[in-house]
Design a protein. Structure first.
Length: 138
């Protein structure tokens, strides 16, 4: 094993990093506790900014899977497509966000739409594309 003095740390070792934060915080007159609170607040703001908010019209739109029999007798309005990009914590979150955008798109393109049949969900590493057909059933 190599002597300890030869081992190189790419970002410094843990104690050097803590001293670096202390120097950074100290040079601006900020305590370590205040710095931790600021980092947690920034993390919470960034985490919550990824949440989607539905308009009242889009919230009233039902989403059904392809092949459903619940749209028999409904008026077909046309195709809708929505893409969701960015980093999400899980693929389920990304799918839900794409589904919500599909509802928003249907509400915008077809104001009388109340149902969307989701035909396809194309998942990539950092994006999801949802395709569907808008219907008026009620």
């Amino acid at each position: 094993m190599a002597p300890r003095s030869i081992i190189r740390y790419p970002f410094g070792n843990f104690r050097q990093n803590i001293r670096g934060w202390d120097i950074l915080a100290g040079s601006y007159g900020i305590t370590r506790t205040t710095m931790k609170r600021a980092v947690w607040a920034a993390t919470a703001i960034l985490g919550l900014s990824a949440c989607t908010h539905l308009s009242p019209k889009a919230a009233a739109i039902q989403v059904h899977p392809a092949g459903t029999t619940q749209v028999q007798g409904c008026t077909k309005l046309g195709p809708v497509m929505a893409q969701e990009g960015g980093w999400h914590t899980t693929t389920a979150d990304m799918k839900d966000a794409a589904k919500d955008k599909l509802r928003e798109t249907a509400a915008t393109q077809y104001p009388s739409a109340d149902t969307v049949v989701m035909v396809n969900m194309d998942m990539k590493l950092t994006s999801a594309t949802a395709q569907g057909i808008a219907y008026r059933c009620f």
